[in-house]
Design a protein around this ligand. Structure first.
Ligand code: FE2
Length: 291
């Protein structure tokens, strides 16, 4: 019998992949090194990536932001609309819902989001004071991962970027190439302040999972029953935006990325979009009564 999602590995394989991740060079995780070995493994991380990691190093969600996000993820049904839970639900069970894996929420730090209108309408957020012509593909994205939810295996193409853990916990599995049966290179758990990274040539293919306790999962395995979440901050630079490392000709950028469909197990293309924009979500969070 095949081991269960998200990674379809046995406990023994998981143990081995975690050990492998601690030996792989360059280091999969950027953090403040606490040993010579760790320092050496991080030496080979490209300067452009280190620059992104250093700039993100002190970012955290504040306590009130975390609490308000929890409120909006809470599965309890009452009279007040819980925005993030509603979006998750629509992403799975809506008209064009995706039932191949449990959903997560992408928040564009610049640009706009698909559910901005809904958020504004429900929470009385005034029309934006930012650029209406903004694009969907933001170089900086906040991702909210409900406990036990996960992404498909996907490739970030030729971008250079970081996946920086802001809250909770996130597991990142690195794959050698974009293929259902691709060799797994290592498994790491990120905690706040740590980041994983990628470039065209290194660690571009991965899968992200929030290992926190999700309570009872729905019978179709697509929706958890808790408000616990992990959050990550992603920066993806296209090749023409990376100033420190020179790369040649790009065709895969952050606007489109390729992934492996979780149930069909085939390679598909996905045009990037965001669910919300940060200015709208922040307004909603600020208007959320703290319990
Ligand atoms: Fe990713």
């Amino acid at each position: 019998m095949e081991p269960p999602p998200p990674f379809y590995i046995t406990n023994e394989q998981e143990r081995r992949l975690r050990i492998q991740a601690e030996r792989i060079e360059p280091a999969l995780v950027i953090s403040q090194p606490s040993s010579f070995d760790e320092y050496v493994r991080q030496l080979m991380v490209p300067p452009a990536v280190m620059d992104l990691a250093r700039k993100a190093a002190n970012i955290r969600l504040s306590a009130w932001e975390t609490q308000a996000i929890r409120w909006h993820l809470d599965p309890r049904t009452d009279t007040s609309p819980r925005l993030l839970r509603q979006i998750l639900h629509d992403k799975v069970y809506g008209e064009r819902g995706d039932k191949s894996h449990p959903p997560y929420i992408r928040v564009a730090c610049t640009g706009k989001g698909k559910y901005d209108g809904l958020a504004r309408q429900q929470h009385g957020v005034p029309e934006p004071a930012f650029d209406e012509n903004a694009k969907y593909g933001s170089p900086v994205v906040l991702e909210i991962w409900p406990a036990q939810h996960y992404s498909p295996i996907h490739s970030h193409g030729n971008t250079t970027g970081i996946i920086y853990c802001l809250a909770g916990q996130l597991d990142v599995m690195s794959y050698k190439k974009l293929d259902w049966d691709a060799e797994k290179r290592g498994l790491v758990t990120l905690t706040p302040g740590q980041c994983a990274w990628l470039t065209r040539d290194t660690y571009a293919v991965h899968k992200v999972f929030c290992p926190m306790d999700g309570g009872v999962m729905s019978s179709d395995g697509l929706m958890n029953d808790s408000a616990d979440f992990g959050a990550s901050f992603h920066v993806y630079l296209n090749e023409n935006e990376v100033h420190l490392d020179a790369y040649e000709g790009a065709d895969l950028t952050r606007e489109v990325f390729e992934y492996i469909h979780e149930t069909k197990r085939t390679k598909e293309k996905f045009t990037t979009y965001s669910d919300l924009s940060w200015p709208v979500l922040r307004e909603v969070l600020a208007r959320t009564p703290l319990e």
